[in-house]
Design a protein around this ligand. Structure first.
Ligand code: UDP
Length: 195
C-alpha cells in the first residue's frame, strides 16, 4: 500500500518486506524496477518541482530514508512502520545479489569513488561482481558511452549516485533501455562504501 506524505507516495514496508519485494523483482527475466529513497529535504524539493514529484511517484519502490519522514508520517497519523535507511537497503541488495551470483554497476560520485566502492563491496560480499563503474560527472558524449557500456555488460542491479533529482531523473529517463533489472538512486552512498 502507498502512503502519501506531502504528495510523495511511499511504500509502507519494513526492511524485510522491502527486501522480499526486491528479491521477487530480481527473479524476473526482464525488468526495469526503480527504487528511490527520499528523505524530508527531497520531499520538500519535490513540492517545489512537480516534475520531480512525478518522477518519484513513477518509482516502483519508494522508501522513506530518514527518520524525519517516519516522524512526519506519525504526526499525520499515516502508517509508515519503520525507517528503512537507503544505505542499509543498498547493502542488503548487494548481499543478496552476491549470494545469487548476480552482478552490479556503480555510477556516480567523484572520480575514483565508484571504483573504490566496488573494490570494498566485492571484498565485503564474496561472490559479488561489479561489472563496471563510472563517476557521476559526465557530458552528453560520455553519457552515450556509459549507456552503451551498461547495455553490453548487462548488470542485474544499477546503483546511481548523482545526488537528488539528477539521479532519479537519470533513472527515469534511461532505465527502460539499459536492460538492468533493478536501478536504485543512492545519493552519497558510494562515498560511504568507498571510505
Ligand atoms: N554527484 C555526482 N554528480 C553530480 C552531482 C553530485 O556524482 O553531478 C554525487 C556527489 O559526488 C555525491 C552525491 O552525488 O556523491 C550526492 O550525494 P548527496 O548525499 O548530496 O545526495 P542527495 O542527498 O542529494 O541525494
Amino acid at each position: 500500500m502507498k502512503v502519501d506524505i506531502l504528495g510523495v507516495k511511499f511504500d509502507n514496508y519494513t526492511m524485510d518486506q522491502a527486501m522480499n519485494e526486491v528479491v521477487q523483482q530480481l527473479k524476473k527475466e526482464k525488468n526495469a524496477y526503480k527504487i528511490y529513497t527520499p528523505n524530508p529535504e527531497i520531499v520538500m524539493m519535490a513540492n517545489e518541482h512537480m516534475d520531480f514529484m512525478n518522477i518519484l511517484n513513477r518509482g516502483d519502490l519508494v522508501i522513506p530514508d530518514g527518520i524525519g519522514v517516519v516522524i512526519g508520517a506519525k504526526i499525520m497519523k499515516k502508517d509508515i512502520p519503520e525507517r528503512v535507511a537507503g544505505y542499509d537497503l543498498v547493502q542488503n541488495i548487494l548481499a543478496e545479489i552476491a549470494d545469487n551470483k548476480m552482478t552490479a554497476y556503480f555510477l556516480g560520485s567523484a572520480k575514483g569513488i565508484a571504483e573504490e566502492a566496488a573494490h570494498h563491496m566485492e571484498k565485503a560480499y564474496p561472490g559479488l561482481k561489479v561489472m563496471g563503474t563510472h563517476d557521476g560527472y559526465f557530458d552528453d558524449q560520455e553519457e552515450k558511452h556509459i549507456i552503451a557500456s551498461i547495455q553490453s555488460l548487462q548488470p542485474d542491479v544499477l546503483l546511481v549516485g548523482l545526488g537528488a533529482y539528477r539521479q532519479e531523473k537519470w533513472i527515469d529517463d534511461h532505465v527502460e533501455k539499459l536492460g538492468v533489472k533493478v536501478a536504485i538512486g543512492v545519493g552519497g552512498s558510494l562515498d560511504g562504501m568507498a571510505g
